[in-house]
Every structure is written in C-alpha cells, then in structure tokens.
Design a protein around this ligand. Structure first.
Ligand SMILES: [Zn+2]
Length: 317
C-alpha cells in the first residue's frame, strides 16, 4: 500500500514511521505537490538510486587536471569510496571522508561512527600490501586504536574497482605486520621504518569480500558475514593472536569434520609462534572452545569437531 501524506504529518513522526514498511514507501507532499519519499533501507538499496550507488566505475572527469599517477589514484579511489561504499557494520548507505593526512582513519560512518582506513593497489592485491609506519601501527593494534580496514584492488586501465575487502580491526595482530628495512640515509625520510600487512595470514573469516570481479556482492549477505565475524571479537591482543592462529589451523583442514589429534599436528608451528607458552595442547583446546562460542565450530563429542562457518557457506550449519 502506498501512503501519501502532507509533510506536516511528520510532527507525529512515530505514526508516519509505522506506515513506512518494506515495499510500502511513504510519499510526503508540500503545498499539494509530491516532495519527499520515505522508504525502508532495503527498498532503497534495490532502487535505481541505490543501484547507481552500487557502481564500481571511477569517474574520469575527476582527474582531468592531475598529472601524477599517485595523485590520480588517490583522488579516484577516495572519491569512489565516499560516493559508492556503504558501511559494512550498520549498512548505512554512505561513508564520509576525514580531512586528508590524518594519521589513522580515512573514512567514518555518519550513522554508527565506525572509522575505516583504506589501502588500495593498482592490480591484484597479492600476498602483502604496504601499510604505514611500523611502530605506530603495532602500537595502535596493541592498544585497540586501529580502525577497521578496506582493502581495494583497482585498475586504472578498466577505470574501476576490481575487488574490495572489509577486514574487521580485531583481525589485526602483530603477527600479520611485517617490519620493513629502514629507508636509506639518502632517502628523503631517512631511517623511517614502514610495514607490510601480510594479507595471506589473515584468516578468510576476516577478509570479507564486498566487491569481486568488479561487481558488488549482495549487501545483506555481506552484512550477515560481518556480523558473524564480529562475534569472534576479542579486545586483548595476545588472546586475539591465539584465536586467529587456531582459526588459521582450522581453516587448513580440508574436511568439514576433524579431530583434536589433527589439531595437535599444528603443535610445533604454534609453539614456534608462541615460544613463551609451554602447554600448547591445553591452549588449543581452550581456543577451540572460544571458536565454538563464536559460532565457528560445533563440538561433536569425543574430540570431534565440525566447521559451521566458512566464507563459502556462511548460512549453512
Ligand atoms: Zn555504520
């Protein structure tokens, strides 16, 4: 049913909102003419206005006056994000940009206030991507001050975003940050130490695709996957390192069902990553329980486990 109401009815906005349901927009008139439409956010996403937002192409007119390749890339990618990307945490249809040259975040959600840092690369992302300064990056991770992340692969040839991943901030642990060699004494910033983010070491559950092959994936599915990943959230960075390492091991099991003995096969690898821990097996069991509580695993009893969350089948227990 379509509702047409005068704008003045908004003074009793609760009544107006009650009428606005999925598939039932409310048209608001001013002096007898239609002026505004109030609609359910899912209707908006499926509408023409929503579809032009779900556009992965860059606008070439933006960079007419630029010469430098890095500047062109920055303007194209940042403007695109501001105009076309939604908030993967609350679903809000747009993001806002912080002023340039802030050390930490690039964008924020005007609705839920989440902050995002964006790293982008011309061509496929590969195994690692350059981050910022090493020491401040590690410090922000340890103090839980790092923002959530967007990783973008774009193409200046096809002038569009090819792939975009959302990485929730708690998937960042020091183990995935690689220290680079200090810049040589001849460099402009001699002695500066940068870092690489090792993408291949982030568990798949924490690399949530929003765009693949130049196409937006279905939004509700993305939001569901993000919500699922949030359930694994841990504030303490040491606990997080353990949980993500165990998750990496679980992801390496080819079969959906596996046993505790199979997990114990990772004992040496885990021991090398956590040399201060002397009871790796107990830690494995403890972390498997956390993955169960986070909805990743089912305990089948008697040292048997079943994966119930993998990116390919997020909704299929
Ligand atoms: Zn939001």
């Amino acid at each position: 049913m379509i509702h047409i109401l005068p704008v003045a009815d908004l003074s009793d906005y609760k009544e107006v909102l009650k009428k606005c349901r999925k598939g039932e927009p409310v048209y608001l008139t001013q002096e007898g003419r239609g002026r505004f439409v109030l609609m359910d956010i899912e209707d908006y996403d499926g509408s023409q206005a929503g579809k032009s937002r779900m556009e992965t192409s860059f606008d070439p007119q933006l960079v007419d006056r630029y010469k430098s390749k890095s500047q062109i890339a920055r303007v194209l990618t940042e403007t695109w994000t501001e105009q076309h990307l939604y908030c993967p945490l609350c679903g809000w249809p747009s993001l806002s940009k912080f002023p340039n040259n802030r050390e930490v975040a690039d964008f924020y959600c005007p609705n839920c206030k989440s902050q995002f840092e964006q790293k982008s690369k011309n061509g496929p992302l590969g195994k690692k991507i350059a981050g910022g300064a090493y020491h401040s990056f590690i410090r922000r991770i340890s103090e839980n001050h790092n923002p959530d992340f967007f990783l973008m692969s774009y193409s200046l040839k096809s002038m569009r975003v090819e792939a975009l991943y959302f990485i929730p901030k708690f998937f960042f642990v020091p183990e995935i940050v690689e220290e680079r060699k200090p810049l040589s004494e001849h460099a402009r910033r001699a002695g500066w130490v940068g870092c690489n983010i090792l993408l291949s070491q982030i568990p798949v559950q924490g690399r949530i695709p929003i765009i693949e092959n130049g196409v937006f994936l279905e939004k509700q599915g993305v939001l569901a996957q993000v919500k699922k990943a949030q359930e694994m959230r841990l504030e303490n960075v040491a606990a997080r390192s353990w949980l993500l390492d165990i998750l990496q091991c679980v992801n390496q099991m080819e079969e959906r069902d596996f046993t505790l003995d199979q997990m114990y096969a990772f004992e040496n690898w885990l021991g090398a990553r956590h040399p201060q821990n002397h009871n790796i097996r107990a830690k494995i069991r403890q972390q498997l329980q956390k993955l169960r509580d986070g909805g990743v695993l089912l305990f089948l009893g008697d040292g048997h486990y079943r994966k119930i969350f993998s990116p390919d089948e997020p909704e299929n227990p």
